[in-house]
Every structure is written in structure tokens, then in C-alpha cells.
Design a protein around this ligand. Structure first.
Ligand code: BTN
Length: 247
């Protein structure tokens, strides 16, 4: 089924807009809200998402899932994986930095933000993605972590609308599978693209720091960190802060 598409010239955040207008969106298909520019783009953990005008994809996908849908927390992983698949089809070699950042040459090119609200036995999903498409070198270096864009990687300008269409197609397909089987069908593919696999990493789970070897993913997308002295520790959510050694 076709997506319902809403394109905005300028907005604070496509996430905030989607939440405000959700009651007006159809419930039987995905609504994809995009913007040319965001004045208050949001990232995970209250970070800012740098959103200059006209150059990148800023999109929120809104849809409904049953309240008891399998592994809801892995939905952002499915979007990250969809983005990586789309980039692979374009000839890139992306990695997935757990939980769901997409990177090229260890620089972030896309980030996901998944927010949910529960309504009458169903879950409303607001799944945001920011993908740097034609962002200039001058703008990329202003970001507080290593970042890249398709233009930076290839030296050419990309057709933003065409990239978005490919991403939408890949994600719609993957969402159907996720609805039936949860994250499990994506686990191996995601793990094959996992950044820092086998390397010692420093992670933050929202409360505490952990150091261990980036080992594998659980069937529902959690990160297994192997600590030689304590054994396996599984992180449900959080962030990789850095790498301690390169094997
Ligand atoms: C992250 O990596 O921290 C997540 C970044 C998510 C950014 C996107 S851009 C479209 C949507 N609107 C927002 O305000 N945030 C998400």
C-alpha cells in the first residue's frame, strides 16, 4: 500500500509535528512526514540533530502496531538496517554502530529516534531518521562527533527524493516482516554489519559504563558484551562511547 506522505518546508521537528497531528493520520498505512529544514531537530538522549535546509533527509514514519507486537524496541534497528541495505544497493559499505547508527568509515551518516505512545491496545510509533545526503564539509565538521554525508563520500550531489523513495521501499518491506516475526529475521544481517565486532568497547546503558568485547546480538537486538572476567553482559539500550583497542 502507498504511504501517506506529508512534506513540510520548515518545522521544529518532524517528530514533534507527527505527535501533534497523529490523530489526523490514517491508521491503516504508514504516514511519512519529511521536512526541508528543522529548527529543533532532536536526537537520542536529548541531543540536537543538526538539520540545515535542503540538503538532508529528515523523516518521521508514523504507523500503528498491536500493543503486544514483538520486540518493539528493535524497530529503530529495523530502520537502521533498512538504511544500511539501501546504501549497500548504492555501492557503499556501511556499518551499524549499536544500537542503530549507520556509519561509513567510522563516521555517522544516519541516526534513528523511535518514540512510542500506547493507545487503546495499540502502539503508535514515531520512527525518525536523519540521513546526511548532500551536507557540506563545512557543516559536517560543526557536528560534535565524526560525521559524513553521501556527497562527502562520493564528491557528487545526490537526488534526495530518489534516496528517500528507496529507503521507504526497503523499510515498508522490512516492516511487514517485522510485524510477522519480530527482529529475529534481521538479526544475522544486522550482526554481519555490526561495527566494532570483536573489539573492546566502552558502553553506557543510561546509568552505568561497561567495558567489554563487542560480541553479538540477541534475537531481539540487544548487545552482548563479553567481559573476560565476568562473562556475558547484555545491554538492552544505551550507546557505544568509544573503542579501546583495534584487533
Ligand atoms: C540520533 O542519532 O540521535 C537520532 C537522530 C534522529 C534525527 C531525526 S531527523 C527526523 C526526525 N526528527 C527529529 O527531530 N529527529 C529525527
Amino acid at each position: 500500500m502507498e504511504m501517506n506522505e506529508i512534506h513540510l518546508e520548515k518545522i521544529d521537528s518532524t517528530q514533534t509535528f507527527a505527535k501533534e497531528k497523529a490523530s489526523q493520520f490514517p491508521k491503516d498505512r504508514i504516514t511519512c512526514i519529511t521536512a526541508e529544514e528543522q529548527s529543533a531537530g532532536r536526537g537520542r538522549y536529548q541531543r540536537k540533530w543538526v538539520s540545515p535546509r535542503g540538503v538532508n533527509i529528515y523523516a518521521t514514519f508514523y504507523f500503528i502496531l498491536p500493543h503486544d507486537a514483538l520486540h518493539l524496541t528493535a524497530l529503530a534497528h529495523v530502520m537502521g538496517f533498512s538504511c544500511a541495505q539501501m546504501l549497500i544497493a548504492e555501492g557503499f559499505h556501511p556499518k551499524l554502530k549499536w544500537p542503530n547508527d549507520v556509519t561509513l568509515h567510522r563516521k555517522k551518516i544516519a541516526g534513528m529516534l523511535c518514540e512510542t505512545s500506547f493507545l487503546k491496545g495499540t502502539a503508535e510509533i514515531f520512527l525518525g531518521i536523519g540521513l546526511n545526503v548532500n551536507m557540506s564539509h563545512e557543516d559536517l565538521v560543526k557536528i560534535d562527533q565524526p560525521a559524513t554525508s553521501l556527497k562527502e563520500e562520493t564528491g557528487k550531489l545526490w537526488d534526495k527524493a530518489a534516496v528517500l523513495k528507496k529507503l521507504q521501499k526497503q523499510f515498508s518491506h522490512n516492516l511487514e516482516l517485522f510485524k510477522k516475526e519480530g527482529f529475529f529475521p534481521f538479526r544475522d544481517g544486522f550482526e554481519n554489519l555490526l561495527a566494532f565486532k570483536g573489539e573492546t568497547i566502552r558502553c553506557f546503558d543510561g546509568k552505568k559504563e561497561w567495558v567489554g568485547i563487542c560480541h553479538s546480538l540477541t534475537n531481539d537486538g540487544q548487545l552482548n558484551l563479553y567481559m573476560p572476567e565476568k562473562g556475558m553482559h547484555t545491554l538492552l539500550s544505551g550507546d557505544i562511547l568509544g573503542v579501546l583497542n583495534k584487533n
